[in-house]
Design a protein around this ligand. Structure first.
Ligand SMILES: [Zn+2]
Length: 122
């Protein structure tokens, strides 16, 4: 049973349970079934939203884009417009991976400013 069929089945079970719950002298188990199925459907919906957020954040964290120059030595994240430094590999606000222009990276490398991803030993 795939996900779509599973959700359809749960909705069908909910519908049947709701009909039984409305019967005269209905066993309270039917309403409990309705409530439980509603909870499961909510959990599945939340899961989908979180999965989409994770997909978006993963893409943002793994796909570098150039920081935007706003002025002399002033750069911002193109995703959220937060200030970033030349050495930033990621935006501190939104996690966007940042790509450095080759020329700027070469200058930084010459000046010994290029961030290697490792902390310098003292
Ligand atoms: Zn950002």
């Amino acid at each position: 049973m795939n996900r779509r069929e599973l959700i359809d089945q749960l909705r069908s079970m909910r519908q049947d349970s709701a009909i039984h719950a409305k019967e005269h002298n209905a066993d309270p188990i039917w309403q409990k079934d309705v409530d439980a199925i509603d909870e499961v459907l909510d959990i599945l919906e939340d899961y989908d939203k979180q999965a989409e957020q994770i997909r978006m954040l993963t893409k943002r964290h793994a796909t570098p884009i150039h920081a935007l120059k706003k002025g002399d030595g002033v750069y911002v994240c193109p995703a959220c417009n937060h200030y970033v430094t030349l050495r930033s590999n990621y935006c501190q606000r939104c996690g966007q991976m940042l790509r450095k222009p080759e020329r700027r990276a070469a200058v930084e490398r010459d000046l010994g400013l290029l961030w290697t991803g490792r902390k310098q030993q003292k």
